[in-house]
Design a protein around this ligand. Structure first.
Ligand code: NOJ
Length: 762
């Protein structure tokens, strides 16, 4: 619904896209694929069909000599006999080629395997964590980073990424909030579509595009108390209006696969949920790709307490529309007997096989099962210089300036001393974040390196770690040990701070503090970082705090006492350069928060688009309204918020009509002026409030945004256009429809700072 505009940046990124894309090869036509699928299906035995539904991880060496006994040997033989349709975590052109040969050259029908991997924010060149990248509000860049991730992964033999994660999350305690696009369904939907387009490109059969996977279907991000894998108990209203829009957008963008989720929703685990998978996704939405279970989620129907054993779990999952079994071995072990006993209709299996084969045909694997595994392309493209250039562009666009009193920023690149302090300041690993693909440990440009490269010998840089954050080994699968008591380095850091002209203090989270299984009850600065912060600020008030983290943090004390705060998330391979670009003013930050930052963890889940309650805020001191008695309801930093080194003024909000018919569109215009001294980017945000509905409605909903760049004194009239379909929601009639009535529209540069006007929809 947004107007399109051409910025220099867009041109730059489009140029980039064209220059790195490999020559296209046309995707086969739908009818032709369907016919080829049917021909193949007719040749398959029941066991071969079930094999297509079976996915294993490369937990044994598929490419070496056959294992001699046990589970490894069994799986090896299953691959050779067509019992494995897909594998995950087989990495690299050579390994995928060898593994593919096992299936293609040995099995009766030679059906190629599909190789999947979690390419979440980059394969080897690592881009900002998805939550951070969403703070750019730059769909072109978001699509471009997904495109490059696909180019690298495809060259290394990967056909399929388990991304994008499109789970809406409103709870900073949930560690996987870093992997999604934040709290808003509209922004989430736009980002979901951009990422799907980036991974899948315009030609699925090209050897540099990979299948995308919208996950986790559904509501995984709304786990109770923000605890990963926990129960979800939400209304149909929340399911349809909040959770599903990004999935729908991914399906409309042509996503080839969907992954279901570990959680239950109101008593039915997603993996056994026919309403979600059959009625909605494959039924009403017409999704013709396939659904993969999450890791072991079919087997988990047993501990969920709805299946007696693995066989029962397999029955429930196949009936509910889970097509591929990731690592439960439920289908490959039990489906054959279940079909023979009549408990499972073979037609269900045929449907799942058709869907999986279709994806394999679309990716061109039947033309050449090895076409993705190309070591020449792998060594040329993986971690290519241009990819790192894009990583730096994406990283600096993702930075959000939260506070800048003084203004202390940007720092001048002139003589003097700069103390660079903090447990994350010289850390070359944490900026890679969680889910970093094959990103090499300790390979990111650290903040310290970025600063040194930016200032050369113009400024004297002194570094002190101050405190350790995590202790011991860093691991994707093991708990991080946080340093809770060693403060011995603080005195040295304070001495540096005291003698420096300025201080940059890097605090936050190590890479594996957020991500899967990393829920936290507290979201403040962990360990002894707060002590370091207080001591450094006391020693030198000219301190800029650089935050690195995968989730919103509770930073109320910092927000009150530190003069300048930069939110830099986990920015990826080029983090240090990107942050230095912003610190020294070579890049003017324009990022905006895709998620609310709370004053206190007790406010979680916290989100701007909440509903009103019957007792909303009031201006007196009576207690009987919906509030906390110890802190305000409002966030510390709201959704959509972010400062710039320049200032923008909004004026002349104008609606094309006060009353519009159901076939009309309403045009909304606002003037934005750069009133400061620097060229800068503003994200102009367009919100709507539906004042009266058949069910209660959010107090505000994002419906559009436009990222504009203005020179000092520059003015732009920004237009939004809204039609009846943009106002639709899941109503009391349990339909997706638009209700007539009065709406308030507003435009501004955050969910709080807005100007508004009303119109009536007839
Ligand atoms: C479990 C995670 O929930 C899912 O997102 C991921 O794709 C699979 N593991 C495979 O690694």
């Amino acid at each position: 619904m947004l107007i399109t505009r051409c910025s220099t940046l867009l041109v730059l990124v489009s140029y980039f896209l064209i220059s790195v894309s490999a020559p296209a090869s046309a995707t086969p036509a739908t009818a032709e694929v369907a016919e080829r699928v049917e021909v193949l299906l007719k040749k398959m035995t029941l066991q071969e069909k079930i094999g297509q539904l079976n996915q294993y991880s490369s937990t044994f060496d598929v490419t070496g000599p056959p294992p001699e006994d046990g589970a490894g040997l069994r799986r090896y033989e299953q691959i050779r006999t067509g019992q494995v349709g897909s594998m995950l975590n087989v990495l690299g052109a050579d390994a995928t080629r060898k593994a593919q040969a096992l299936a293609v050259e040995n099995s009766r029908l030679g059906i190629p395997m599909l190789f999947g991997y979690d390419v979440i924010h980059g394969y080897r060149t690592i881009f900002p964590v998805p939550l951070g990248e969403t703070a750019s509000w730059d769909l072109t860049t978001i699509e471009a980073t997904a495109r490059v991730a696909a180019i690298e992964a495809a060259a290394a033999g990967i056909h399929w990424t388990f991304a994008p994660m499109v789970d809406i999350s409103r709870d900073a305690r949930w560690g996987r909030i870093m992997e999604g696009a934040g709290e808003d369904p509209y922004l989430g939907a736009r980002v979901a579509a951009a990422r799907v387009h980036g991974f899948q490109g315009s030609d699925l059969a090209a050897n540099d595009t990979i299948a995308a996977c919208a996950k986790h279907f559904a509501a995984y991000g709304l786990a109770e108390a923000g605890r990963d894998y926990n129960v979800v108990d939400i209304s149909m209203d929340t399911l349809h209006n909040v959770v599903l829009p990004p999935f729908r957008a991914a399906v409309d963008a042509g996503v080839l696969t969907v992954m279901n989720s570990f959680n239950e929703i109101g008593g039915t685990p997603a993996t056994a949920n026919s309403y979600l998978q059959r009625d909605l996704l494959k039924g009403q939405w017409g999704f013709d790709g396939f659904v993969v279970s999450d890791w072991g989620s079919i087997g988990e129907l047993v501990p969920h307490g709805i299946a007696e054993d693995l066989e029962h779990a397999a029955t429930q999952a196949i009936h509910a529309g889970s097509d591929m079994d990731m690592e439960s071995s439920a289908y490959v072990t039990h489906l054959s007997a279940l079909v023979e006993s009549g408990e499972v209709d073979e037609a269900l299996i045929d449907d799942a096989v058709r869907r999986i084969l279709r994806v394999k045909f679309l990716l061109g694997l039947f033309e050449d099962p090895y076409r993705y595994s190309d070591s020449e392309r792998e060594s040329r493209l993986v971690s290519a210089d241009e990819h790192h250039e894009l990583a730096r562009v994406a990283a600096r666009k993702s930075i959000v300036l939260l506070k800048n009193d003084g203004p202390l920023l940007p720092l001048a690149k002139k003589s003097g001393t700069l103390a660079v302090i903090g447990p994350l300041a010289a850390d070359k690993d944490s900026p890679l974040g969680s889910w970093r693909g094959t990103g090499v440990s300790d390979s990111a440009v650290s903040l310290l390196e970025g600063i040194e490269a930016a200032v050369g010998d113009k400024i004297e840089i002194q570094y002190a770690k101050g405190v350790d954050l995590g202790m011991g080994e860093r691991s994707f699968i093991r708990e991080l040990q946080i340093n809770e008591d060693d403060t011995s380095g603080i005195a040295g850091a304070v001495a540096l701070a005291r003698n420096a002209d300025r201080v940059v203090l890097a605090l936050g989270e190590e890479a594996f503090q957020s991500g899967e299984g990393r829920s936290q009850a507290g979201i403040g600065l962990r360990g002894v970082q707060q002590q370091l912060l207080e001591a450094v600020l006391k020693a030198n008030p000219r301190t800029v705090v650089v935050l690195m983290n995968g989730r919103p943090l509770e930073i109320s004390w910092m927000a009150e006492h530190a003069p300048a705060i930069l939110e830099t998330w986990h920015l990826g391979s080029q983090a240090g350069h990107a942050i230095a670009d912003v610190l020294f003013g070579d890049y003017n930050p324009g990022g905006k928060l895709p998620v609310s930052f709370p004053r206190h963890v007790g406010q979680e889940p916290l989100y701007y688009n909440h509903r009103s309650t019957g007792r909303p805020a009031r201006g007196d001191d009576l207690v009987f309204w919906s509030h906390y008695t110890d802190i305000p309801n409002t966030p510390l930093f709201p959704f959509g918020f972010g400062l710039s080194y320049t200032t923008f003024e909004f004026s002349d909000l104008e609606l094309s009509a006060e009353t519009v018919g159901r076939d009309d569109r309403l045009e909304v215009a606002v003037t934005v002026r750069n009133t400061g001294q620097r060229t800068g980017v503003e994200v102009v945000q367009f919100y709507v409030r539906d004042l009266i509905g058949s069910v209660t409605r959010p107090i505000l909903e994002l419906k559009g945004f436009e990222r504009i760049e203005l020179e000092p004194g520059g003015v732009e009239r920004v237009l939004f256009s809204i039609g009846v379909e943009d106002l639709a929601f899941y109503t009391a009639a349990k339909r997706w429809e638009t209700e007539s009535g009065v709406f308030e529209v507003s435009v501004g540069n955050s969910s709080v700072n807005r100007q508004s006007a009303r119109f009536t929809l007839e």
